[in-house]
Write a protein that binds this ligand. Structure first.
Ligand SMILES: Nc1nc2c(ncn2[C@@H]2O[C@H](COP(=O)(O)OP(=O)(O)O)[C@@H](O)[C@H]2O)c(=O)[nH]1
Ligand SMILES: [Mg+2]
Length: 497
């Protein structure tokens, strides 16, 4: 099989009707094929208007042909783009014609007599998703970070995500990673030089080198942490945040859902148990996509009082909380002084803590502040909240009825997530795999630092940890990447990209 060298073809524009439709072909040598297909030789990088005809010389479409000679092309191979009209039948006829011509033999234009008897483009096949971009990566036109940012740019769901993806595409993320790799390389050179120090090397020199090594590693860790912070925010931008609104019945969960989404997505009534099915809606806060889920109120009353549907609703609520990254735990200020309510809240709080996934965050939201109207009661509320057994950090007081406190809630969410809005457009879009690699890098560096701090530091061990940290970081740009990883990354692309 010549999977990575076969010429490939695909429609590169989105399916459906459109003014323009593009068929794209990439291959090692397309010159003779292109000439036969369009009956003229195409000058590289010059748009040429022509009539594409089928085998019986009937017109398929009037097209604009663009020929890029490798390596000056998107994929690094020869690329031919045929821009025709955007109807699916027209584009399929263009593809069919390309396959026909690929099987023809080249009578003129072949470089050798043997070539003249060969099909023009043996093994031409339809491209798999992302295969054009995969070629670009395999031919060293782009690194893995840029390849990923191309799909992120196409998929961007908010303006900020698009801006961040284009920053990654322009190489901002790659450059920072390369700089960091450079720093590690320099540190490695110094450390590995010490491995060869003779035993009798004077003590003073050893101490000096040890200090320098420590400082170098500290500087690298600091830099890596900065990149990690931006990458974390980049992951949020790309993937958004799964957020569950939870609480007892009637505390105002559905009202909060509607307020945050600015539309009536959930039914609100004063009847406990109104919400049963999960209600889901995505919104954005300062460009961060939030995938919000309203759930059935958790009712701690005896099972017999619950109807079957409510019970299923509660089970679903727990399932979602299990996978959530953020839980907005809504409390009812109207019932704050009610003893039964307080006991149920404590119980629910403990249950939520048990159901949380590792990195999930709980923001406590106290609703119905409109029921209180002066400062002294507000102080009283704060005292009551603080007397709560499990003291919530940074409780937020809101009213879904008046809208009070909602902006504060939004900024509190971002703040607790560690989002730094000052980073603004400085963020580049990132993925979980980048975070994993960067975290792995930092843990090897920390280990190296630990060793460097011991009195009898082992230069060999430091050298090894630095090597491992460099390997971890190299995975980000794709220098060390398994075929499985590549397959997974590119399969998420659309066909024709
Ligand atoms: N006074 C007041 N009532 C509210 C507020 N938010 C919700 N409610 C009322 O509380 C009841 C339950 O609201 P709902 O959103 O359905 O609560 P859920 O069961 O937690 O989803 C309804 O009667 C709402 O009108 C608020 O901020 N202030
Ligand atoms: Mg509800």
């Amino acid at each position: 099989m010549h999977a990575f060298t076969d010429p490939i073809i695909a429609v590169s524009t989105a399916p459906g009707r459109g003014a323009i439709g593009i068929v794209r072909i990439s291959g090692k040598d397309l010159r003779a094929f292109a000439q036969k297909l369009v009956s003229k030789s195409l000058a590289p990088r010059q748009a040429q208007f022509l009539r594409l005809k089928d085998a019986s010389q009937d017109l398929i479409d009037e097209v604009l042909a663009l020929y890029f000679q490798g390596p000056q092309s998107y994929t690094g191979e020869d690329v031919l783009e045929l821009q025709g009209h955007g109807g699916q039948q027209v584009l399929q006829r263009m593809i069919k014609r390309c396959f026909e011509v690929s099987r023809e033999t080249s009578l003129n234009g072949a470089s050798t007599p043997e070539a003249a008897n060969q099909p023009l483009l043996p093994h031409l096949r339809l491209a798999k998703p992302g295969e054009f971009t995969q070629r670009a990566y395999l031919n060293n036109k782009i690194d893995l970070l840029k390849a990923e940012s191309i799909i992120d740019l196409i998929d961007a769901s908010t303006e900020l995500a698009a801006i961040s993806a284009s920053r990654s595409l322009s190489g901002a993320f790659s450059r920072e990673v390369e700089r960091l790799l450079d720093q590690v390389t320099k540190a490695r050179v110094i450390v590995e030089a010490q491995i060869d120090f003779p035993e009798e090397e004077i003590e003073e020199l050893r101490v000096r080198e040890q200090d320098k090594t420590k400082q170098d590693i500290e500087a690298i860790i600091e830099q890596a942490q900065k990149i990690l912070a931006k990458a974390r925010q980049g992951v949020l931008l790309k993937e958004g945040l799964k957020t569950v609104i939870a609480g007892q019945p009637n505390v105002g969960k559905s009202s909060l859902m509607n307020q945050l989404c600015e539309q009536e997505v959930s039914i609100v009534t004063n009847i406990a148990g109104t919400t049963r099915d999960l209600v889901q809606q995505s919104l954005q806060i300062e460009g961060i996509p939030i995938h919000l889920i309203d759930t059935a109120g958790i009712n701690s009353k005896a099972n017999s009082q619950r109807d079957v549907v409510e019970k299923i609703g509660i089970e679903r609520a727990w399932k979602e909380m299990n996978q959530a990254q953020l839980i907005l735990f809504v409390h009812d200020l109207g019932q704050l002084k009610d003893k039964d309510y307080q006991i149920a809240e404590e119980h629910l709080n403990q249950q939520i803590q048990q159901h949380l996934s590792d990195n999930a965050l709980v923001v406590h939201v106290w609703n119905k502040i409109d029921l209180y109207d002066n400062d002294s009661t507000l102080n009283e509320i704060n005292d009551l909240i603080q007397s709560w057994e499990t003291k919530p950090n940074a409780p937020v007081l809101i009213s879904t009825q008046t809208g009070a406190g909602l902006n504060l809630l939004k900024s509190s969410i971002l703040h607790q997530l560690g989002c730094d809005l000052n980073l603004g457009e400085d963020v580049y879009i990132a993925r979980q795999r980048h975070l994993l690699s960067l975290n792995e890098m930092v843990s090897h560096l920390s280990r190296a630092h630990e060793i460097a701090c011991t009195r009898q530091m082992s230069v060999d061990l430091i050298a090894e940890e630095l090597r491992l940290s460099q390997n971890a970081l190299s995975q980000v740009t794709g220098e060390f990447s398994s075929d499985d990883l590549l397959g997974e990354i590119f399969s998420n692309f659309c066909i024709g990209k």
